[in-house]
Design a protein around this ligand. Structure first.
Ligand code: GLY
Length: 374
């Protein structure tokens, strides 16, 4: 068993701890009853995780004398919907949970976003605990308070900034992920090195095999990623400025996800982010912002762990330039012909570039699309 690490998110009266370690599902009841005595719990999870992890959490809460009810929604993005939100809120009210009680989000990013938003609006704000079970959720979506659902107008368009009161990231749950899912989460971990922690990127280059193997190195890497995100969130909770850096690779990545019809068999979010980060580095190089070998190092590292790094690796392709430009404009609004992108001066030197000419993005992507065919 590895030691548990604690990372603090410092946000005044909304500050909270992130605990990262092994067997935290088993210890959750004790931890929650100690931190929030007398509170009732609703666990929100999905149909896949209900079999894998729910019984362990329910038993842990029962052992600690904590009353709980469980709400199970369909697995997958389909649950980030008004219909699922209504189901969860209805069940919270049926179970007579009060404002001082807590929802636990037991799952990946979808469950965290849905549960957090349900907690934010039920009784004008109930307690909320994140128990992320995917690597992506442990290093990114469970930290920082972005919650919400999708609308037919687009992803994450309805939601709230609503911080959890506690994050329990049990690394044992990662053992049930497929290699592909783990890799996808790893892309978000690499992102922190690329934004402002070049020493972390270098550490990952040397230690990624141990991170994939599990144990202390995995805890160390997740804690480092969470600390990095916590620092950014503490300085800019509502993304007035610096927090936008966390979107490195995401504008290109979201466009690729949209261009593949959000078909997870072709491209999952983290893979889109991996390719998107490479595109951000290559585009920065093309614009003369970055003149070193960062892009080559990034590609080499992502390839070593098994992540895709180019458009050519996306099964079924990504359509034409008009489609890609449309998706990019949807993700970050065009303002008088210019776009906002997260670009880089080098490894660990990301910047917010607010005046990127749409024509430059277009000609860069035309070249990238050309490379698929050649
Ligand atoms: N995932 C980006 C953020 O939380 O701001």
């Amino acid at each position: 068993m590895t030691d548990t690490r604690t990372v603090a998110v410092t946000l005044g009266e909304r500050s909270y701890d992130i605990l990262i370690g092994s067997q935290l599902l088993e210890q959750a009841g004790e931890e929650i009853s100690r931190r929030f005595p007398g509170s009732k719990i609703a666990i929100v999870t999905d149909t896949n995780l209900a079999d894998l992890h729910l019984p362990t959490l329910e038993q842990s809460l029962a052992r600690a004398g904590v009353t709980s009810t469980s709400i199970i929604v369909a697995a997958g993005e389909v649950s980030k919907s008004f219909v699922s939100l209504q189901t969860v809120v209805d069940q919270l009210l049926t179970a007579k949970l009060e404002r001082g009680d807590f929802c636990i989000a037991l799952g990946g990013g979808v469950i965290g976003d849905l549960t957090g938003f349900a907690a934010a609006i039920t009784r004008r704000g109930m307690g909320f605990i994140q128990m992320p079970t995917s690597l992506l959720a442990q290093v990114d979506s469970s930290v920082g308070g972005k919650t919400g659902i999708n609308s037919h107008h687009g992803k994450n368009l309805v939601g709230a900034f609503y911080q959890p009161s506690l994050v329990l990231a049990d690394i044992d749950t990662l053992d049930t992920l497929s290699q592909r899912e783990f890799c996808a989460g790893y892309a978000e971990m690499v992102k922190y090195g690329l934004i402002n922690q070049p020493d972390f990127f270098e550490w990952l280059e040397g230690n990624w095999k141990q991170v994939f193997a599990g144990g202390a190195a995995r805890v160390q890497a997740i804690a480092r990623a969470c600390r990095s995100k916590a620092q950014v969130v503490a300085r800019d909770e509502r993304e007035a400025g610096e927090r936008a850096l966390l979107n490195l690779g995401h504008t290109f990545g979201h466009a690729l996800e949209a261009a593949t019809g959000y078909d997870n068999t072709r491209l999952v979010h983290g893979e889109g982010v991996a390719i998107g980060m490479v595109l951000a580095y290559e585009f920065s190089h093309r614009l003369g912002l970055c003149n070193d070998n960062s892009a080559t190092r990034l590609v080499a590292h992502l390839q070593a762990v098994g992540l895709p790094t180019s458009l050519a690796q996306i099964p079924g392709g990504v359509g034409d330039i008009e489609g890609l430009m449309h998706h990019i404009a949807q993700d970050k609004k065009v303002n008088r012909g210019t776009l906002t992108f997260i670009l880089v001066h080098g490894l660990g030197q990301a910047l917010i570039a607010r005046d990127i000419a749409a024509g430059d993005v277009r000609s860069f992507l035309i070249d990238k699309l050309g490379q698929i065919k050649s």
